[in-house]
Design a protein. Structure first.
Length: 412
C-alpha cells in the first residue's frame, strides 16, 4: 500500500519514538496536531466571476516557540499534505535548534492560472481568514512552493492593516519590507552546508563532486549556483517543463540567465534535453530533489544511480524508496535537516524584526553555517549512539528536544 505524506512522516516518527522508548501518552501528545484550520476563499476574478478556493493552516506543535512554517500554493494541496508538512516543521525547527514550533499552510490553486491582481486578492483573503490564529508571537508563515517575497509582502501588509504594523508576522519578505539579507538563498545555502558536512565526514569535498538537481525555483536555483561556485559539476537540472543534461557540467550562470529570460531550463542550447524521470536516474554522485514531494518512489528508486540523495524538497522520498535506498547503501540526507536553512534564516529575520535591527549578510550566512554544523554534530552523534540512518537520527534529535520542552511545560 502506498502511504500518503502524513503516514510516511508518522512512520519515520514512530521509528524515532521506538529508539527513544517513548511511552504511549507522550507519542500521542507529540504526533497530534494542535489545530487544523480549513478556510473557504471567495474572490472576485478579473472577468467579474467568483473564484472559490480552499486553504489550510495546520499548527502542529508550539512547545518550543511560536508555530512556524511556509505557505504553499499548488493544485495538489490537501489536508494530509499540509498536516505532514506541519509535523516536519516541528522536528526541523528542533533539529536546527531555533525557538519555534511547526506549522504549514496551503491553498489548493494553480497560481499560474491567476493574474497578479487575483493572486494578491487570494493572498489577502487568506490572511483575513486565518488572522485570528496567527501573529508575531503565535504563528509566523513564510514562502514555500509557488509563493515568494512578493506574496509575503502582501501578507505582511494585510495583517498590518488589520492588527497594526507587524513585520514579524511573516518571514521571507522583500528587503524593502523588513526582509533579511541572505533569506532568499538560505534554503539552498543550508543544503550546501549539509552536503559539505556529510561529504567531509567521508573525506570528500564539494569541489569535483557531481550533482543532479530537480527543480529550479528558489531552492534548486540557489543550490545550483552555490554548488557551482564551490567547484561542483552540475550534470543535470530540471523543472516542471523538462530537464537538461551535460556530462561534463552545465554552465550554471548561463542556465540561470536562460531560465530568467524564458521561464524554464528547457531549450538551453548548450545541453542535451532530458525528461524528469531521466534527471532522477542520471549518473551522478548526489541527487538533489528540490521540487515536489514523493518524486522518489518504488517505481524509480532502483534506477537511481546517485550515491547520495540530498532532500532539498520536503518529503521527496516515499517510505518504499527510503527502504530501497537503505538496502542499496544510498545515503539520504533528510529534509528535516537538509532544507532547514530557510527556517533558520527566517528565525534571523524574525529576530531582526522584533528587535528593529538590520544584520549584514555575512553575519546571517555565518550564523546559518553555525546552526547547520552544530545540528550535523548532533545528528552524527545520534547515528553513532543508535547505529541508525541519518533520517532516523535527525528525527530522534528533534523528538528529544520537543519531548523535553513538552514535559517541562507539562502534558496538561
Ligand atoms: P518554487 O516554487 O520556487 O520552485 C519549485 C520548482 O519546482 C520550479 O522550478 C518548478 O518548475 C519545479 N517543479 C514543480 N513541479 C515539478 C515537477 N512535477 N517536476 C519537476 N519540477 C517541478 O519552490 P521552492 O520554494 O524552491 O520549494 C521547492 C521545495 O523545497 C518544496 O518541496 C518546498 O517545500 C521545499 N522547501 C522550500 C523552502 C524555501 O525556503 N522556499 C524551505 C524549505 C523547503
Amino acid at each position: 500500500m502506498t502511504m500518503n505524506a502524513y503516514q510516511t512522516t508518522n512512520l519515520y516518527l514512530e521509528r524515532a519514538f521506538d529508539l527513544l522508548a517513548l511511552p504511549e501518552r507522550l507519542r500521542t501528545a507529540l504526533i497530534t496536531p494542535s489545530r487544523e484550520l480549513r478556510v473557504e476563499l471567495l474572490i472576485e476574478l478579473d472577468d467579474g466571476s467568483l473564484g472559490h478556493y480552499i486553504g489550510y493552516r495546520v499548527q502542529h506543535d508550539d512547545s518550543r516557540g511560536p508555530f512556524k512554517g511556509g505557505l504553499r500554493y499548488h493544485p495538489d494541496v490537501d489536508l494530509d499534505e499540509v498536516r505532514a508538512l506541519a509535523s516536519l516543521m516541528t522536528w526541523k525547527t528542533a533539529v536546527v535548534d531555533v525557538p519555534f514550533g511547526g506549522a504549514k499552510g496551503g491553498i489548493q490553486v494553480d497560481p499560474k492560472q491567476l493574474s497578479r491582481r487575483e493572486l494578491e486578492r487570494l493572498t489577502r483573503r487568506f490572511v483575513e481568514q486565518i488572522s485570528p490564529v496567527i501573529g508575531p508571537e503565535t504563528d509566523i508563515p513564510a514562502p514555500d512552493m509557488n509563493t515568494n517575497a512578493q506574496v509575503m509582502g502582501w501578507f505582511f501588509d494585510e495583517y498590518s492593516r488589520r492588527k497594526g504594523f507587524a513585520p514579524a508576522v511573516v518571514t521571507g519578505k522583500p528587503l524593502e519590507l523588513h526582509g533579511s539579507l541572505g533569506r532568499d538563498a538560505a534554503t539552498g545555502r543550508g543544503c550546501v552546508f549539509a552536503v559539505r558536512e556529510v561529504l567531509g565526514a567521508a573525506g570528500k569535498k564539494i569541489d569535483g563532486t557531481s550533482f543532479a538537481i530537480q527543480g529550479f525555483g528558489n531552492v534548486g536555483s540557489w543550490l545550483a549556483r552555490l554548488l557551482y561556485e564551490r567547484g561542483a559539476r552540475i550534470v543535470g537540472v530540471s523543472d516542471l517543463k523538462g530537464g537538461v543534461f551535460k556530462g561534463d557540467g552545465l554552465d550554471i550562470p548561463a542556465l540561470l540567465e536562460h531560465a530568467r529570460i524564458t521561464g524554464s531550463v528547457v531549450d538551453f542550447v548548450r545541453a542535451e534535453a532530458i525528461t524528469n524521470h531521466d534527471l532522477l536516474t542520471v549518473e551522478c554522485d548526489v541527487l538533489a530533489p528540490a521540487a515536489l514531494g514523493h518524486v522518489l518512489h518504488e517505481g524509480n528508486a532502483r534506477d537511481v544511480r546517485a550515491k547520495c540523495v540530498l532532500e532539498a524538497a520536503n518529503g521527496p522520498t516515499t517510505a518504499d524508496a527510503d527502504q530501497i535506498f537503505s538496502e542499496r547503501g544510498i545515503v539520504c540526507i533528510p529534509d528535516i535537516w537538509a532544507n532547514a536553512g530557510g527556517v533558520t534564516v527566517s528565525y534571523f529575520e524574525w529576530t531582526q524584526n522584533t528587535q528593529k535591527l538590520k544584520w549584514e549578510e555575512e553575519q546571517v550566512n555565518h550564523m546559518l553555517e553555525q546552526h547547520m554544523v552544530a545540528s550535523h554534530r548532533a545528528i552524527a552523534g545520534t547515528m553513532e549512539e543508535f547505529k541508525c540512518s541519518m533520517r532516523t537520527a535527525a528525527f530522534a534529535v528533534g523528538v528529544r528536544r520537543v519531548k523535553e520542552a513538552t514535559l517541562l511545560r507539562g502534558l496538561g
